[in-house]
Write a protein that binds this ligand. Structure first.
Ligand SMILES: Cc1cc2nc3c(=O)[nH]c(=O)nc-3n(C[C@H](O)[C@H](O)[C@H](O)COP(=O)(O)OP(=O)(O)OC[C@H]3O[C@@H](n4cnc5c(N)ncnc54)[C@H](O)[C@@H]3O)c2cc1C
Length: 337
């Protein structure tokens, strides 16, 4: 690690690596610090990533790292524990005590999926406990799917999963009482509704086999869908003075994010965000796109700063030379030359 970089990127998932790639290719010195826990790590494959469909998550990250380092970017393993403003940029501290300075920061720390407190859900999340039809829907097609409701969006979710299988059950659990219209919609699509609290997901021989109700009844299912709360991993950003904003969908809060302009620039000068920390619904390809956009915007910002500094130095040089000429002329006159 050098003492100072043009840009330090905090987080080396799709967003961070794409930002670093754009910066390295723009001949910026860039350091990516990555704790190494991308959100989709439990999943077998990345889907809906055009050109790399079905690549394992760790492989996609490894390819991205090679691309960044291939252009002179640096990637180190570690966790950034603090970022503070200095006179000319930022000081970034890592968990091993090292610190490094940066002119700009790109924060791509992702989000935390806060899962419902149901036995077995956390252990199987990303395998057969799922949350996203675009990430896993094709793989769950035609299976016995159970959607566990926990908020007013449960009916919307269950209808999306019905597109993928004819055998879909809604466990109302903590979702609000269904309206007559919603019940009619679900009946029309052949979706069964189970009332009551869910206690656990049942697992046999490392395979999900059902949903156990608090009553003890077990409803056979092969795949379960839950609705995590998406919480921005924003500690470094709030310490720099930014706030988190609630992400509201149909009047319901589904998570938090850090607001930014379309390039990822936040309200704190010099700090950009991209990926899930800035957009809870961003898929991998969208996160990469956000990172690339932010990288380009940061380079443009640095180009403007470099140019301002060059103009100031240029003017200072011109004035100094003019001063020297003036002195020579004055001296010559005094000596009658
Ligand atoms: C189970 C599951 C499966 C998914 N499947 C798909 C799929 O098939 N297709 C798809 O498009 N999307 C999928 N997604 C969504 C996908 O995970 C996100 O779109 C993507 O990970 C967002 O990229 P990111 O770079 O913003 O964050 P992440 O990929 O989460 O990367 C953030 C990185 O920052 C690091 N980090 C965090 N804090 C610090 C810190 N303080 N210092 C240093 N490093 C730090 C983390 O360890 C991590 O490596 C899935 C999500 C889940 C939960």
């Amino acid at each position: 690690m050098n003492e100072k970089y043009d840009v330090v990127v905090v987080g080396g998932g799709a967003a961070g690596l794409a930002g670093a790639l754009a910066l390295a290719r723009a001949r910026r010195s860039v350091l990516v610090v990555d704790a190494g826990h991308p959100r989709n790590a439990p999943a077998g494959h990345v889907h809906n990533y055009l050109g790399r469909e079905s690549t394992p998550p760790a492989e996609l990250v490894a390819i991205g790292r090679d691309e960044v380092t291939g252009y002179g970017g640096e990637v180190v393993a570690g966790t950034v524990t603090a970022a503070a403003r200095t006179e000319d940029g930022f000081e970034v501290t890592l968990d091993d005590g090292r610190s490094v300075r940066a002119r700009r920061l790109l924060v791509t720390t992702g989000l935390v999926d806060e899962l419902p407190d149901i036995d077995g859900v956390a252990e199987r999340f990303g395998r057969d406990v799922l949350h996203c039809p675009y990430c896993h829907g094709w793989e769950a097609r035609d299976q016995a799917i159970g959607v566990i409701g926990s908020n007013p969006l449960a009916v919307h979710a269950v209808l999306l999963w019905r597109q993928l299988s004819a055998d879909v059950t809604l466990f109302r659990h903590q979702a609000p009482e269904l309206t007559d219209e919603q019940r009619e919609e679900l009946a029309a699509r052949g979706i069964r509704v189970v009332e009551g609290e869910v206690a656990a997901v049942e697992v046999t021989d490392d395979r999900l086999t059902g949903v156990r109700m608090a009553s003890g009844e077990v409803v056979p299912r092969e795949v379960v869908v839950v609705a995590p709360r998406f919480t921005a991993r924003a500690g470094l950003l709030t310490a720099l003075g930014l706030e988190v904003t609630e992400q509201v969908v149909q009047g319901h809060v589904i998570g938090t994010y850090v607001a930014a302009d379309p390039t990822g620039a936040t309200a704190v000068p010099g700090v950009w965000v991209a990926g899930n920390v800035a957009n809870v619904t961003a898929q991998v390809i969208v996160s990469a796109s956000g990172g690339m956009t932010a990288g380009a915007a940061i380079n443009a910002d640095l180009v403007a700063e470099d140019t301002r500094q060059a103009v100031a130095a240029h003017r200072a040089g011109v004035f100094a030379r003019e001063g020297e000429v003036g002195e020579l002329v004055g001296g010559a006159r005094r000596h009658g030359i």
